[in-house]
Design a protein. Structure first.
Length: 139
């Protein structure tokens, strides 16, 4: 399964039932003019396989993960900042936040993560891509 992943795309793993996470995916799709990203939910078979491949705990990981096959992977605030910097224009400036210590960035990320279901809600099932989005989602 891992061998069949696209090598020329950046893979975004996200919590498929989280409204905040789904809104973030909508924003990525809207701003991904260069067609850089593909997506999979953390709960999907491919999401679980990627996390196992990266040797990440599949029972507790609920963070956004950016995986660049054969290059690197990023979690939490680091992943979000790398993703947003790909949007181009002024968005490239968000990469400047990578100079902040990771523990500070991730503390803020974790605080939002802790309350995201209360603040933004939760879906009963994982996101279903529209027909137009289907090609951007891994099975």
């Amino acid at each position: 399964m891992i061998e069949s992943l696209p090598k020329d795309k950046k893979i975004v793993l996200f919590d498929g039932v989280c409204n905040l996470c789904n809104n973030f995916i909508d924003q990525i799709i809207k701003r991904d003019k260069k067609n850089v990203f593909v997506f999979a939910s953390l709960q999907s078979d491919i999401g679980i396989a990627i996390r196992k491949h990266l040797q990440l705990d599949t029972s507790t990981m609920d963070s956004v993960i950016l995986y660049e096959p054969g290059i690197a992977y990023y979690k939490k605030s680091t992943a979000a900042l790398h993703i947003m910097s790909e949007f181009g224009g002024a968005w490239k400036l968000v990469k400047g936040f990578l100079f902040l210590p990771k523990f500070i960035r991730d503390a803020g990320y974790d605080l939002v993560g802790k309350y995201r279901y209360k603040l933004f809600g939760k879906k009963e099932t994982c996101r279903m891509p529209t027909p137009e989005e289907r090609a951007k989602f891994l099975d």
